[in-house]
Design a protein. Structure first.
Length: 224
């Protein structure tokens, strides 16, 4: 689908630039590796960057509602890093050794260092929003940041429930709520943020509901 590739070059360039701004260090090399921007030896690469669905939806909604894509790009980058950060911890908790056809971060450098990578990426994701300064009102930046932080809390709630379900068989309703929190909420936030940056405040709630439903459908398909 064209929409999945339309914004990809700009997104990748923006993520790479943000990561480069953090300087050079073994920790950051592993962060770039996890983001799919480098091989394990630090060689630049874009072979495992993933689908980038959340930032793509963010930019697509923004543009569809009359917004400026460049104004929304820092928020989209933040969304991608927030999502990828969650995968660092998810891989540890699920004991997953492979992601995107290569070793996960904890498999490469151990659990303790992978936790450091995840924490660093969490901060970098928030730093990405500073790129909106001078492009949109400060109040809007704070609103976007709040929406993302709320989504992360919900994501963690979903992951907590998911781990609980390893011990107890979930009900259908319990499973549906878990995937809504774990996946749907962040996809919903991606669409909502796109609407907010476009200035379409009255469409933001509908955009969130659309994204949340799409995220749930995606997770249902993935689990099936």
């Amino acid at each position: 689908m064209e929409i999945l590739t339309r914004y990809r070059p700009a997104l990748l360039d923006a993520v790479e630039a943000l990561m480069a701004d953090q300087g050079e260090a073994p920790l950051l090399d592993m962060a770039r590796y996890h983001m799919g921007l480098a091989e394990v030896d630090g060689t630049p690469s874009r072979t495992a960057v993933g689908k980038m669905i959340r930032p793509t939806l963010c930019l697509a909604v923004c543009e569809a509602l009359g917004g400026v894509v460049d104004d929304c790009l820092p928020a989209a980058v933040s969304l991608e890093i927030v999502h990828r950060t969650s995968l660092v911890f998810d891989d540890i908790q699920d004991n997953s050794r492979q992601r995107n056809h290569r070793d996960t971060v904890w498999e490469v450098c151990g659990v303790n260092q992978a936790l450091n990578v995840g924490l660093a990426l969490s901060a970098i994701g928030r730093l990405a929003l500073q790129g909106m300064t001078g492009r949109v009102d400060t109040a809007l930046i704070l609103l976007v940041e709040r929406r993302l932080e709320e989504a992360v809390v919900d994501l963690c709630r979903g992951q907590y429930q998911d781990l609980d379900f390893l011990e107890t068989l979930p009900t259908v309703a319990g499973y549906m709520e878990m995937i809504r929190l774990k996946t749907g909420v962040l996809v919903g936030a991606s669409c909502q943020v796109g609407a907010l940056v476009a200035g379409a405040m009255h469409q933001a709630a509908a955009a969130r509901c659309f994204g949340e439903a799409l995220g749930v459908a995606f997770q249902l398909h993935d689990d099936y």
